[in-house]
Design a protein around this ligand. Structure first.
Ligand SMILES: Nc1nc2c(ncn2[C@@H]2O[C@H](COP(=O)(O)OP(=O)(O)O)[C@@H](O)[C@H]2O)c(=O)[nH]1
Ligand SMILES: [Mg+2]
Length: 290
């Protein structure tokens, strides 16, 4: 399946982000831990320019620690500051803020010497649904950023002031004009970064089973008590999942739409287990991401 989604408002949002970049001290570059490579937006390179940035692997609770560590190492090896976190847990952003203060220590100390206290201003960027607004709310106790479990909830830039110490800029999720390949596009769709309305959910679920059965067949067996072996055709696996759930229409026909929704929802909610969609080897060819 071919997936493409780059609506005009994203292009506008990227331009606006570029416009306000001069106002910020640093960038919090959020990646979904389930797809750390697929979430890398080639457009951000020019937008971030020379600003200090922290790669933030969010939704760490949805993947295996040992696997995520490998990604952290890869980013570190390539010279990036990295933090992984679960933004839904109180105080999860503490490490991130400490890292930011360390990164900006020179500037902060200079201001201090002059007797001025300025808030640290950071822009939070990332693909739709990676958890930018949730992360900001984690920093600020009274939940000022609007969040939601789908792409396109944050519509425009929004400054969130946190005491006198931080000002964080929430930005709309942004993608780029053409995906590197279809695997990247599919991964973005699986994690909910592409609006579901532009996707054929049955095709998506079929592709999902087809992609994941290679490394994660056991996750399907466990979740759906599959009798199919890994020699079965993908459609047989899809059928069995639907039939196990008794998803039928008009007597005995399989209700693939319902089945597809259930499968994708299971993955998104972590019920299929802890899964990183990207392979480390995907990343090796373009690792200058900023
Ligand atoms: N499990 C988990 N869910 C998260 C985390 N961060 C955000 N979410 C969920 O992901 C969805 C999208 O979050 P949101 O902050 O609106 O994403 P945004 O589009 O990047 O601003 C919401 O349902 C959040 O509750 C996390 O660290 N772990
Ligand atoms: Mg948002």
């Amino acid at each position: 399946m071919i997936i493409q989604w780059y609506p005009g408002h994203m292009d506008k949002a990227l331009r606006e982000m570029q416009g306000v970049m001069k106002l910020v001290d640093a960038v919090i570059y959020v990646l979904d831990s389930r797809a750390p490579f697929s979430c890398i937006n080639p457009k951000y390179k020019e937008i971030i320019g020379n600003k200090p940035a922290i790669i933030t692997l969010n939704k760490a609770d949805l993947v295996q620690d040992s696997e995520l560590k490998k990604w952290e190492h890869l980013f570190e090896k390539n010279g990036y500051e990295v933090v992984s976190l679960n933004s839904t847990v109180t105080n999860a952003t503490k490490m991130l803020l400490m890292k930011a203060e360390k990164l900006l220590a020179e500037k902060i100390n200079k201001n201090k010497a002059k007797g001025i206290h300025l808030p640290i201003r950071m822009m939070v960027i990332g693909v739709p649904n990676c958890g930018k607004s949730t992360l900001i709310n984690n920093v600020c106790a009274n939940k000022k950023a609007v969040t939601g479990d789908k792409a396109g909830v944050t519509r425009s830039n929004q400054w969130v002031k946190i005491g006198g110490d931080y000002e964080l800029l929430d930005t709309p999720g942004t993608l780029w004009p053409s995906f590197k390949n279809n695997k990247v596009a599919r991964n973005l769709a699986y994690i909910g970064s592409i609006k579901d309305d532009v996707l054929d959910i049955e095709e998506l679920a079929f592709a999902f089973i087809d992609d994941l059965r290679v490394k994660f067949f056991e996750n399907f067996v466990e979740r759906y008590s599959l009798k199919c072996s890994n020699d079965c055709e993908t459609i047989e696996i899809f059928d069995e999942i639907c039939l196990n759930r008794n998803f039928k229409i008009r007597g005995n026909e399989i209700d693939y739409t319902r089945g597809a929704k259930a499968i994708i929802d299971d993955f998104r909610k972590g019920r299929l287990g802890k899964i990183i969609l990207d392979d480390l080897t995907d990343a090796k060819d373009d690792f200058k991401i900023i």
